[in-house]
Design a protein around this ligand. Structure first.
Ligand code: CA
Length: 225
């Protein structure tokens, strides 16, 4: 999924970006509050990871500004160990959760998974479309009882499609949630990855799940039985 990280400490930003990218997410990093606001307004993020102590515009003011402008992306705040007051203010300002620094990376990933599970997204950590199943926690994909190996990017693309079943998704919508700003200007990247997924998900099965909507985009849909 598409994640914005707003963090001014280069070491933390690097570690978080690398870990989230390895987990298959598309990550943009903003280095201060103003840049964070520009990014947050320019793309539809699925989660925003937000440090509180930031130059130019602090995390709480940034969060209030995002919410004031109608931004609804789940926000995970990064707070200092002793800053209880910040956590309370953060939750009041519209944060969904917080994590105390320093944190272990698996905990950050688990918190992000929990935020991605919230409504209106499907509940639980297993997504299902027809005979296709994706276990988000175990990162496993099974179709018709057969286990399917996906790269992190393919997994992320399929996850986005499975979170929006029976819905026509444009290439831009797909690109915005699966790739970061560095990639989504490469015009055919979505088509190329849809091709990879088709080979793994649909090849060898009698009814395809991935459908092309000519001139528009793609649709993940199971045939009604
Ligand atoms: Ca900071």
């Amino acid at each position: 999924m598409r994640i914005l990280v707003v963090e001014d400490e280069p070491g933390v930003a690097h570690f978080v970006r690398q870990g989230l990218t390895e987990a298959g997410h598309a990550v943009d990093v903003a280095r201060d509050g103003r840049e964070g606001l520009e990014f947050a307004l320019a793309a539809e993020y699925d989660v925003i990871v937000l440090d509180i102590m930031l130059p130019r515009l602090n995390g709480l003011d940034l969060l209030r500004e995002i919410r004031r402008r109608g931004g609804e992306a789940p926000v995970l705040l990064l707070t200092a160990r002793d800053a209880i007051d910040d956590r309370v203010k953060g939750l009041d300002a519209g944060a969904d959760d917080y994590l105390v620094k320093p944190f272990a990376f698996p905990e950050l990933l688990a918190r992000i998974r929990a935020l991605l599970r919230r409504p209106p997204l499907q509940a639980g950590s297993v997504l299902r479309v027809g005979d296709l199943e994706m276990d988000l926690a175990a990162r496993k994909v099974i179709r018709g009882g057969k286990s399917i190996e996906l790269t992190p990017r393919e997994f992320s693309l399929l996850e986005f499609l499975m979170r929006h079943p029976n819905q026509v998704l444009t290439r831009t919508q797909i690109a915005e949630h699966v790739w970061n700003f560095d990639f989504y200007n490469e015009s055919n990247v979505v088509d190329v990855y849809i091709g990879y997924l088709r080979r793994k998900i649909d090849r060898g099965f009698s009814s395809p799940l991935i459908h092309t909507v000519r001139g528009v985009g793609y649709l993940l849909k199971a045939e009604v039985e």
